[in-house]
Ligand binder design. Structure first.
Ligand SMILES: Cc1cc2nc3c(=O)[nH]c(=O)nc-3n(C[C@H](O)[C@H](O)[C@H](O)COP(=O)(O)OP(=O)(O)OC[C@H]3O[C@@H](n4cnc5c(N)ncnc54)[C@H](O)[C@@H]3O)c2cc1C
Ligand code: SF4
Length: 487
């Protein structure tokens, strides 16, 4: 009641678009204490409940003990707050930077006032922990003699590996990319999550705790699945949802149309290696059109601006959300309201407007005489119920436009995990081609083989990958030992 919400500090868009440095800044301790004091320590803290209301996520999916650490920060007990945070979150430095914070959407204060800045307090607790040398390797005191292979080193695989290692199992993480981290390394760009300073810092602790990383190794190709099944007591699949949705309209085969992940991965590789590799895709001097308005699209906007693009446009098929919660989207659901994410904020600074064109679809790509994309044709759509009662997008006649484009990036989401490895293992799939395994059980159709994260639930969030990584470790430990003390 006494203090207003103050947003975390960031480098200004004007300055940050000149480099790939992370844009998060530290908030002074006194300010954080004041912000933590805004927490009402509710009897029923919806913020840490982590559930779904009306099919929508609400609260923290890993049940972070938010009111408890808010109170500890208010009282200046940082070390205790860190210990409380690590009880539920293996890697708060990742969620503290990239989580969309469903906790804040469910904060009780949010019913009448702006919610507590929970995510920034989480970020500040863990950063204080690193600065103070409180985050140290803590290898298990006893080994069980059991060996577990984790396939994929994204947030789900890393959480599973960390927890299984804590339980005393010997964990080997296989990763086909040249560096571990999954989308933490090669999806989310450096300015949002620093690779050297933040991702590698944590990977080093995991290695010092005894987790073995084997990179440049694709399971099913470089290592046959039989070797894995025979050589390990259990296998945990965390291979992600990596099949991008395509847009098979006229002109799709023109040069200059790429999947967003090819653009983003090659860019981060260039940032880390210090020079562009052979797969590098440059947006410099180009009119860039990004198809898709989600996180991936936003990352493409920020990356294109840093390349020095001539213009950037983002096509979004959904309508522009309202500025306030709609009546059918009440607290404590995740608020589906209009906001400027970092990429759009940078576009406003650079080009004067939000790059998103709502309720807009691409109808065809137009090329030049060299087979290179030169423009994209678009139309406004309206959402109409079809005979089956499902809403479908219908182009509105007379709303067609032609937008110049020398680079088009497809960021329309993902269709599920790659199938060859799942075929080789002979695993059952669900109706959406994900690995079939029940939530909170994680056991697949083959005993001893578990699945978690985006390859099981479909494309989602880092914090849900943490939830599943911790859960699959507990169930795998139970399978190996007959019981589990893992949370
Ligand atoms: C561009 C982009 C930006 C995003 N931004 C955010 C964000 O800001 N906040 C947020 O919460 N979420 C974000 N997400 C979503 C989030 O990153 C994912 O939900 C999360 O990473 C899923 O974790 P995962 O461990 O299941 O899979 P992934 O992170 O996809 O990791 C899977 C790993 O498995 C490896 N792999 C696959 N097959 C094999 C094999 N056969 N052998 C060896 N290795 C294999 C892959 O190389 C990959 O490294 C973003 C997603 C994208 C694409
Ligand atoms: S992990 Fe995400 S939802 Fe949970 S407390 Fe942190 S920001 Fe909130």
């Amino acid at each position: 009641m006494e203090f207003l919400r103050e947003l975390p500090l960031e480098v200004s868009p004007r300055d940050r678009i000149r480099n790939w440095d992370e844009f998060h800044l530290h908030t002074p301790d006194e300010k954080l204490q004041t912000q933590a004091a805004r927490c009402m320590d509710c009897g029923t803290p919806f913020c840490h409940t982590g559930t779904t209301f009306g099919g929508m996520a609400s609260g923290c999916p890993i049940n972070n003990l938010i009111p408890e650490w808010n109170d500890l920060i208010y009282r200046g007990l940082w070390r205790e707050a860190l210990d409380r945070l690590h009880k539920t979150n293996n890697f708060p430095e990742f969620t503290g930077r990239v989580c969309p914070a469903p906790c804040e959407g469910a904060c009780v204060l949010g019913i009448t006032n702006p919610p507590v800045t929970i995510k920034n307090i989480e970020y500040s607790i863990i950063e204080k922990g690193w600065e103070s040398g409180w985050v140290e390797p803590s290898p298990p005191q006893k080994r069980t003699g059991k060996k577990v292979a984790v396939i994929g080193s994204g947030p789900a695989g890393l959480c599973a590996a960390a927890q299984l290692n804590t339980a005393g199992h010997t964990v080997t993480v296989y990763e086909r990319a040249d560096r571990p981290g999954g989308l933490l390394m090669y999806g989310i760009p450096n300015m949002k999550l620093d690779k050297q300073e933040v991702v590698l810092r944590r990977l080093k602790v995991l290695e010092d705790e005894g987790v073995i990383f084997v990179c440049n190794t694709e399971v099913g190709k470089d290592v046959p699945v039989e070797t894995l099944l025979q050589g390990f007591d259990a296998v945990v699949l965390c291979t992600g949802s990596t099949r991008p949705r395509d847009l098979p309209i006229a002109g799709r085969d023109l040069k200059g149309i790429h999947f967003a992940m090819d653009f983003l991965t090659a860019n981060t590789q260039a940032v880390l290696d210090g020079s562009p590799g052979e797969n590098y895709i440059s947006a410099a001097g180009k009119d860039v059109v990004i198809i898709g308005g989600g996180d991936t699209g936003t990352d493409c906007v920020g990356t294109s601006i840093r390349h020095g693009c001539k213009s950037v446009t983002q096509l979004e098929i959904m309508p522009k959300p309202p500025t306030e919660r709609a009546a059918n989207n009440p607290w404590p659901e995740w608020p589906k309201t209009y906001r400027l994410d970092y990429g759009q904020e940078e576009a406003v600074t650079q080009f004067g407007e939000d790059p998103r064109c709502y309720t807009t679809t691409a109808t065809k790509f137009e090329g030049d005489e060299n087979g290179q994309i030169k423009a994209i044709h678009t139309a406004q759509i309206e959402w109409v119920k079809n005979e089956a009662g499902r809403f479908t997008p219908n182009p509105i006649p007379g709303t067609e436009k032609v937008i110049p484009a020398q680079l088009v990036l497809l960021a329309m989401g993902f269709l599920g995990p790659e199938q060859p490895l799942l075929d080789a293992l002979g695993l059952d799939r669900d109706g959406r081609s994900n690995v079939k395994a029940d939530y909170e059980k994680y056991n697949t159709s083959i005993p001893g083989v578990f699945a978690a994260g985006d390859c099981r639930r479909g494309q989602s969030l880092v914090v849900w990958a943490f939830n599943e990584g911790r859960g699959v470790a507990r169930e795998c430990d139970r399978y190996l030992m007959g019981h589990s003390d893992l949370p």
